[in-house]
Write a protein that binds this ligand. Sequence first.
Ligand code: PLP
Ligand code: COI
Length: 345
Amino acid sequence: MAQEKKDIDWGSLTFAYQPTDYSYVCNWKDGEWDEGGLTADHTVTLSECAGILHYCQECFEGLKAYTTDDGSIVCFRPDLNAKRMHDSAERLVMPPFPEDKFVDAVKQVVAANAAWVPPYGSGATLYVRPMMFATGEVIGVAPASAYQFRILVTPVGPYFKGGVKPITIRVSPYDRAAPHGTGNIKAGLNYAMSLFAGEEAHALGYAENLYLDSQSRTYVEETGGANVLFVDENGTLVVPQSATDSILPSITRRSLVQVAEGLGMTVEERPVMWAEVLEGRFTECGLCGTAAVISPVGKIVDGDDTVTFPAGETEIGPVMSKLRNTLTDMQAGTIPAPEGWVVTV
Ligand code: PLP
Ligand code: COI
């Protein structure tokens, strides 16, 4: 039964946390996950010796729930978040959370918080944040023997202030992920690594950091919280690939590649040199991710150099705009999406 929506000014929401009615929690010990279920307790009590507090055994995910134009509640490709969290857990020597149980848990917690899913057309969404962390005690460096999987949900607005207004970012003087390290999984430790650079960028007036590959500082990798896309003068969508496996495999980016091909665009997935960007080869740039959707980039500053993207410097450019609208229309159910992308809760 449809629940009455909470009395919230949905259009004024920013990307900030507020507790909702329920979270989901499931614990692993003695080699198995318990049944799991909903909880109204939004706090976690841990031993002072829990593995998460010492050796940072933690990974997380991010996806969104939307109200479609017919009033139903849907999620976007939760199976891919389940798979990516499986990969993250394996890399961090944590017991993977079963993928079908993950999708079921997402559906349960979103359904239980239906009143918090922003209405169709409000511009806001329900952000779903699954996470997994070591609760077992460890003092020598080792994986823990107990874990918690948890999902919190919270209604959110745009990740970057101003929504689709182009942002200015800078090339980070710091690195995010080591070659063949953990950049390709969604480990909290990657974000700890980016906080100093992020705060410095904000203090200097930049919305985000663009990271180059840390081995050669030649290739474009991604930003602190989103993958990067470019459009060249022929209208080709150019998607940076990492030679050192240090870019997070964004679900939004993988979906947009298919959306672009479906729209008849040419897509090139290849290593992109920062020198190409500096030369002015690209007419548009955007950041893509669950939180970012597509956030257009108008300018990138690298020390004394500034690159502007002429077709998208002051307003979102035509290609980014087309991709963004197509994706968000699929998510809102106003145009058909490929089979399995939009999952009803
Ligand atoms: N890259 C980083 C570092 C991220 O934190 C995110 C956010 O999840 C993304 C890319 C985008 O990934 P997705 O589209 O799966 O949300
Ligand atoms: C997401 O887009 O879901 C993320 O996890 C990115 C984070 C920086 C908010």
